[in-house]
Structure formats: C-alpha cells, structure tokens
Design a protein around this ligand. Structure first.
Ligand code: B12
Length: 450
C-alpha cells in the first residue's frame, strides 16, 4: 500500500507493525499528516483499530481514517469502527484503489461529498448486518451438540514418534512445496499459478524467475533459516475440550461448536474440532501440533533492501518468505501424517489438500479464537525451540510464521464456525476461566449480538 501511494507522489510514514494508538496519533500530528491508515492481518488487530478510532475522537482529531488488510471488511468497518467517530472512516479493498480514495479525501472540494457517500454505504451495510442476524436462527448449544460430528469407528493408530521435535529444513528442501498461486496474488495477478505460468505472460514469467533466483540466493547465503517444532501427544475429548497429556503436565485446548441452523439437521451438521478426538474411555487417541517460521534472518535482509530503497526486493522478500512458511507447514504436515499411516500423494495433490486429516490453526474459521495459540506455545515452546514469539495479541513474530493443530482422524474436515449464541459464550468463558466480557472480546463478531 505504501509503495502504491509513494508511486503516486504521496509521502507515507510507515510505522511498521504492533504500534500503539498513542504513537500513531502523535506521529500523525507531528508529521502534519492528511490522514491516518491502519492495516490488519488477523482479528485481534480489528479491536486495536476500534481503539485507535476512539482515541482519535477522544483527542478531537478529525483526520480521515483509512482501513485495509486481509482481516478487515467494509462491513466490519461500517458496524464497528465508523460509529466510533464523527470524521470519515473508509475501508479500502485493495492497494490499487488507495490513490483514488486518498485523492478525494485530500481535496477540499471533493472531501465532503465523498465522505457522505461512504457514510451512506456504511449505513446500508449496518442495516444489512442487522437484517442478516435476524434471518439465520441459531440452535441452542444442547441442540447443536446433538448434531456433533461422528469420530468414526476405526481405531486410531499411534504415531511413529511422540513428544516434541525440532525441525530445520533447508530452503532447497522447502522450495518444491511452494504453492505459487498466493505468491502471484501479492502482485495482483489473479488465477491459479498453473494457468498464469502457462499463459506465457511476460510479467508472470519474470516474477517467477526473480522469485526462484531469490530462493537460490537465500539457499546459498544461508541468512534465512527456516525453523520449526512439532509434537504428538495422547489426547482425549471432554465435550468441546481436548485434554492433552504432555511431559510438562496436562493441557487443555478449547474448541467451539457450530450453532447456525443447518439446512439438514443430521449428524455432523454442527461440528466442533474436538469431535475428531476420541472421548475419554473410548480408546486411545493422539493430537499433533506444530509451529514453523521462515522469517529468521528476514529482518536483516529487509533492512538492507529498505536502506537501498529497493521496494521491489522488499515485497519479493516478504512474499517469498510467506510462501516458504506455508511450504514448511505443508511439508511438515505431510511428514506428521506419514508418521501415522502410509500416504502415496504427489506434492501437488497434497497442496490441493487431497489427504486425510486436517491442520486448522487458532485464528482460522474453525477456531477463530487466536488466544488458543497460548496452549500450543505451552506444548511446543516455539519461542525457545524455533525463535517464534507470540505477541500480547497472539500474533506470531517473525511475521512469516504458521502454527497448527494436527487432527489425524480421516473423518476430520474443515468448517467455518460462523456465529455462536450467548449460551455457548457462557459455556466457553467458563471452560477457559474467563469473564464473559473477556471471552466476548476474543470471539468478536462470532458472537450473535442482541
Ligand atoms: C499470506 C497470508 C499469510 C502469510 C503471511 C502474512 C503476513 N505477511 O504477515 C502467512 C503464511 C505467514 C500467514 C500466517 C497466518 N495467517 Co494468514 N493469510 C494470508 C492470506 C492468504 C493473504 C494475506 C496477504 O498477505 N495478502 C496479500 C496482501 C498484500 O494483501 P492484504 O493484506 O489483504 O492487503 C491488501 C489490501 O487489503 C490493502 N491494504 C492492506 N493494508 C492496508 C492498509 C490501508 C490503510 C489501506 C488503504 C489498504 C491496505 O493493500 C494490500 C494489497 O492490495 C490471508 C487470506 C486472504 N486471502 O486474505 C490469510 C489470513 C490473513 N491469515 C489468517 C490467519 C489466521 C493466519 C495465522 C494466524 C494462522 C496460524 N495460526 O498460523 C498466521 C498468523 C501469522 C502471524 N505472523 O501472526 C486469517 C486471518 C483470520 C482472522 N480474521 O484473524 C486469514 C484471513 C485466512 C483465513 N481465511 O482465515 N498468513
């Protein structure tokens, strides 16, 4: 986004990640900024955006506020952020639209009309949001539990190893596991990598060639070192909780059950991730988890590229490191599955998820509560074992990191939690030992309001 604006003649003061509201606002005032922009990758950033909006209002600062990033949406902006202040709050879908928006907000003659148009759209978004909530009824938690997923009759096999293992693959070993489609998305090139590469488009081929030579450089230079940690433990289900027997004592992972009224009220229509672990007393079972990062050493390379004002290399380094982190996760998941049962699938078929078992992560649609990463950190110690830190809002640093919970059960599948009712919120807060308000904050828009 900064690069796109800079190319259009605007000066952007990029404060980086994890910056306090106070520093953002103080810098905006000191720099005499025309507007403030916030970017959010994962849900906890959304709360922080609301906080910044309230702080701007409290301090009487009427600068327009721009909102963007993967986890943001026009609806969230309309429902949660815009009502916090009088001045304009504008959601920008992708960076290419930013110059147009900034142009209008900076122009004394166009600003008011543009802000009024955005406010009108946001009002309609809020109405649609309220209507949607009334249209989709929720089952009670008890009714939803009656539609839990079936764990299956087959006996679970024990993994070939258990406990915690440190993994240190080379860049070369990870390269074949790269899914290139999201890499091209970073460059605003849509479609599958296969189609894009087959199209012969010069831009596509150049980007791909540059990424491959960067990978070769990283391999030879040895500055960027992928580091990860994985584990398997005995586990048993207790309702929506998973009890794990680790060397350092018992740990509990909390999962959530789908409650939205299903089209067909049959078994499995309202799953919780815990459903795919055997209940205590009904046979042995295992749970896996891992945390991986391809960001160790990246900051150093990024700093050098920034010093050289080489924007292309900055974006390329971040995009390639993100892909390596995902490739690492894919490869490690494959090895973990094969520690349980043989699997004959090409890398392509594995990237297309044609395997059995799943690796959801705290923050993904099946378990939107990012704070559950804390449990993975207690089990795996990714900070000590792989240099991956968890921030107070449960983001992982370095940024090019992925963590996951590994369910080995062949019946396990991905699902989106959707909205839950107040009854499950009360139950979840009780299980986690949190106040209702703290649990509500963690689950955000997943709790049905009203
Ligand atoms: C690439 C990616 C990653 C990468 C790296 C992300 C990074 N650089 O930090 C990797 C593989 C490391 C990753 C990891 C994780 N990810 Co991820 N990831 C994505 C993915 C596929 C794309 C995001 C992205 O970088 N896009 C490219 C960039 C350039 O686009 P963008 O961020 O949307 O920004 C564009 C615009 O929004 C705009 N823009 C951005 N900011 C701003 C600001 C302003 C002011 C303006 C005007 C415009 C603007 O400009 C950009 C270019 O057009 C999304 C899914 C998706 N399709 O969006 C999930 C997604 C963001 N990830 C998600 C999750 C949960 C995670 C993990 C927590 C998973 C886990 N447990 O391991 C981790 C967290 C990592 C961490 N460090 O804490 C969730 C977030 C859900 C949520 N609501 O919280 C998503 C939405 C996937 C999903 N469907 O659930 N992820």
């Amino acid at each position: 986004m900064s690069v796109v604006l800079a190319c259009n003649g605007w000066r952007v003061v990029d404060l980086g990640v994890m910056v306090s509201a106070e520093r953002i606002i103080d810098t905006a005032l000191a720099e005499k900024a025309l507007m403030v922009g916030l970017s959010g990758l994962i849900t906890p950033s959304l709360d922080e955006m609301v906080h910044v909006a309230k702080e701007l209002e409290r301090r009487g600062i009427a600068l327009p506020l721009l909102i963007g990033g993967a986890t943001t949406s026009p609806r969230h902006t309309a429902v949660k952020i815009a009502p916090c202040r009088e001045a304009a709050v504008v959601h920008v879908v992708d960076a290419s639209r930013t110059p147009g928006v900034v142009e209008q907000l900076a122009s004394a003659s166009a600003r008011e009309a543009f802000a009024a148009k955005v406010r009108g759209e946001q009002e309609r978004d809020r109405e649609r949001h309220a209507a949607r909530a009334n249209a989709r009824p929720l089952l009670s938690l008890a009714e939803a539990r009656a539609l839990a997923a079936d764990c299956g009759a087959a006996r679970s096999e024990a993994p070939a190893w258990n406990g915690v293992r440190i993994v240190r693959p080379t860049v070369r070993e990870l390269t074949p596991w790269i899914d290139w489609t999201p890499f091209f998305h970073v460059w605003e090139l849509r479609g599958t990598a296969e189609k894009l590469l087959a199209s012969g488009d010069k831009r596509v081929l150049e980007l791909h060639a540059d990424a491959l030579s960067l990978l070769a450089e990283l391999e030879i230079g040895g500055v960027l070192t992928p580091r990860g940690v994985a584990g398997f433990w005995r586990a048993a289900r207790h309702g929506e909780d998973i009890h794990i027997q680790a060397a350092q004592g018992a740990k509990v992972l909390h999962t959530l059950r789908r409650q939205e009224l299903p089209r067909e009220q049959k078994a499995g229509a309202c799953p919780a991730l815990a459903d795919w672990i055997r209940e205590e007393g009904s046979g042995e079972d295992w749970l896996g988890a891992f945390a991986v990062s391809a960001g160790d050493g990246l900051e150093w390379l990024l700093a050098a590229a920034r010093r050289d004002h080489d924007d292309y290399r900055v974006i390329m380094l971040e995009a390639v490191a993100d892909r390596l982190a995902e490739a690492f996760a894919e490869k490690l998941h494959s090895e973990m599955r094969r520690a349980v049962r043989p699997e004959e699938l090409s890398i392509g078929a594995q990237i297309a998820e044609e395997y059995q078992g799943i690796r959801p992560a705290p923050g993904y649609p099946a378990q939107p509560d990012h704070s559950e990463k804390q449990v993975l950190w207690e089990l795996l110690d990714p900070t000590g074992n792989a240099g991956i830190r968890l921030t107070e809002n449960w983001a992982m640093l370095p940024a090019a990191s992925v963590s996951a919970i590994v369910f080995l059960n062949p019946a396990a599948r991905y699902f989106a939690l959707g909205e839950i009712g107040e009854d499950q919120l009360v139950d979840y807060a009780g299980r986690k030992g949190l106040t209702l308000e703290a649990a509500r904050k963690l689950l955000g828009s997943h709790v049905r309001s009203g």
